[in-house]
Design a protein around this ligand. Structure first.
Ligand code: KPL
Length: 312
């Protein structure tokens, strides 16, 4: 029987992963809560299924998908759960299916930002937790038409000394560029930095990611922020990563050049952003470590102000 996977948070990225896993033969179900309806592209399909097309020049995929849905308050057990909600919603999302999780369930947390992971694991402690760091770019071109707009990597790991899970081969087959990461804490830190640079700058400028490398003014902003975050990294638990900050950020910008960052998509749609879990988390860490991060802090407050305007 094909491997069952449930997806919580089927926005653009969650739907892309649902499509990847379904293409590889997994039995995928999208879990629906009332709160998820805002993620759902308009004009949808019959109850019990979600239909969308995926166009991926990167993975050479152009296909229609019809994925089963189930309600969070169903009673059937969830063996494997991928969570791709917004970071501020992850605790509520996982809590909504806690009655379906057991101590043999595996949960993969894939939201942007930091700080929410510990809260989720403390709130719902039964399952084994894994982390996935994705630098894939995806957005809805129009209702039910998903564009895989940028190739990236998916790094999986665990902070609880679990070895690689038995479903890793399926992921490696299904999702291009998936690898097991021994130093997932270091990788989480670097992903946090990548989002702290790309997301607020693109959201404020209203540009695709690629312009952060090609536009001289935006590129200079990236350079100053990377310098500041390298100094912070040197004082963090991951000093060995300090010299690679700008290179890693530029690489993701190039790989997702035609993508609109999730923060830009949130601002454009009048939704709350993940700023508190990204640049806000960095400001708090910087304060704790006694490092000044004025560029990061200014971005955090500029986005908070913009968000207050756009969410009304
Ligand atoms: O994670 C992303 C996001 O937009 O949130 C990146 C990797 C920056 C892709 O746009």
């Amino acid at each position: 029987m094909s491997e069952p996977w449930h997806i919580l948070g089927a926005g653009a990225l969650g739907s892309l992963y649902a499509a990847f896993l379904a293409s590889a033969g997994a039995n995928v179900t999208i879990v629906e809560r009332n709160a998820d309806r805002q993620d759902k592209p308009a004009g949808n399909t019959a109850p019990g299924t979600r239909k969308f097309s995926v166009s991926s020049p990167v993975a050479e995929l152009q296909r229609e998908f019809c994925i089963n849905t189930s309600r969070a308050d169903d009673r059937s057990e969830i063996k494997r759960l991928l969570v791709v909600t917004k970071s501020y919603d992850a605790v509520a999302a996982v809590s909504s299916v806690r009655h379906r999780l057991t101590d043999t369930s595996d949960v993969v947390l894939m939201s942007n930002g930091s700080g929410y992971q510990q809260e989720v694991a403390q709130t719902v402690s039964k399952p084994r937790y894994f982390y996935c760091l994705s630098t894939e770019g995806a957005n809805w071109r129009c209702a039910n038409a998903l564009l895989h707009a940028g190739s990236g990597t998916s790094r999986l790991g665990s902070t609880d000394q679990h070895g690689a899970p038995d479903w890793l081969p399926l992921w490696q087959h299904a999702i291009p560029g998936t690898r097991w990461e021994e130093d997932i804490e270091g990788a989480l830190w670097m992903k946090l930095i990548i989002n702290a640079v790309i997301n607020p700058i693109t959201a404020l400028a209203g540009t695709q990611n690629g312009e952060l490398n090609s536009d001289p003014v935006l590129s200079a902003k990236v350079a100053s922020l990377c310098k500041e975050l390298s100094v912070l990294t040197l004082a963090s638990a991951h000093p060995q990563l300090a010299g690679t900050v700008e290179r890693e950020v530029r690489k993701v910008i190039a790989g997702t050049a035609s993508n609109r960052s999730s923060m830009l998509q949130d601002i454009a749609a009048g939704r709350p952003t993940e700023i508190e879990f990204i640049n806000g988390y960095i400001s708090a860490e910087a304060k704790r470590l006694g490092v000044a991060t004025p560029c990061n802090d200014a971005l955090a407050s500029d986005i908070a102000a913009l968000e207050a305007e756009t969410t009304g």
